[in-house]
Ligand binder design. Structure first.
Ligand code: ITT
Length: 203
């Protein structure tokens, strides 16, 4: 018995392996199923994309599959990069080029303001999860968010993606300065996983 997560994002793989370790089952990802093609994420919402990822991979493998669609929504950029978070800097984008683009866009907005304030805009991480079972065609879904600020002073070597730029005033740290356990306790993904676990328990 295994848990299959339909992701090729190494940061997500690490977080799911950590968060689901208590189940005592191997947590597999698309690195364990290299023949499964990349699912085209052309939905307009996290919910559309997460269902598509879970259903496509679940139907292909004939096994229950968990998918995660997530991203960063920045208030002063009208919610961007949102569902485009993974490819914000374009084709071949990396965490580094995405972070550079985000800082460039926000610093342009703040141009001319003579302030030492490193906090550029309120923002939130959003995570949608879908567990799809091809045996009955049913989905169990959950979501979570976490509020913070985009900082012009990146910090921390943990996490992935936009974590070094995501400042949490209550902790006086960025998300990348938290341990895996600390991040899971407050993150969008941690919240979504707790909701999903509750729903599964009630069944
Ligand atoms: P899969 O579709 O294979 O799961 P992906 O990276 O393409 O991988 P998404 O389409 O859901 O996944 O994009 C999520 C992006 O949002 C991710 O690449 C990061 O840039 C950002 N992101 C999501 N969760 C994050 C987190 O916990 N910390 C930092 N950045 C995050």
């Amino acid at each position: 018995d295994v848990i299959i997560v339909a992701t090729r994002n190494k940061g997500k793989v690490k977080e799911f392996a950590h968060a689901l370790a208590f189940l005592g089952k191997p947590v597999l990802s698309m690195y364990d199923y290299p023949d499964v093609p990349e699912v085209v994420e052309d939905g307009e919402t996290f919910m559309d994309n997460v269902r598509k990822k879970a259903k496509t991979v679940g139907d292909l493998l004939g096994l229950p599959v968990l998918a995660d669609d997530s991203g960063l929504c920045v208030d002063q950029l009208d919610g961007a990069p949102g569902v485009y978070s993974a490819r914000y800097a374009g084709e071949g984008a990396t965490d580094e080029t995405n972070n550079m683009k985000l800082l460039r866009e926000l610093e342009q907005l703040h141009q001319g303001e003579d302030t030492e304030q490193p906090l550029l805009s309120p923002a939130r991480f959003v995570c949608h999860l879908a567990l799809y079972d091809p045996a009955n065609g049913q989905f169990v879904e959950a979501s979570g968010t976490v509020e913070g600020w985009i900082t012009s002073q990146p910090a921390g070597g943990g996490g992935f993606g936009y974590d070094p730029l995501f400042y949490l005033p209550a902790y006086e740290k960025t998300m990348a300065e938290l341990s895996l356990t600390e991040k899971q306790a407050i993150s969008h993904r941690g919240a979504a996983l707790r909701e999903l676990t509750e729903k599964l328990k009630q069944r």
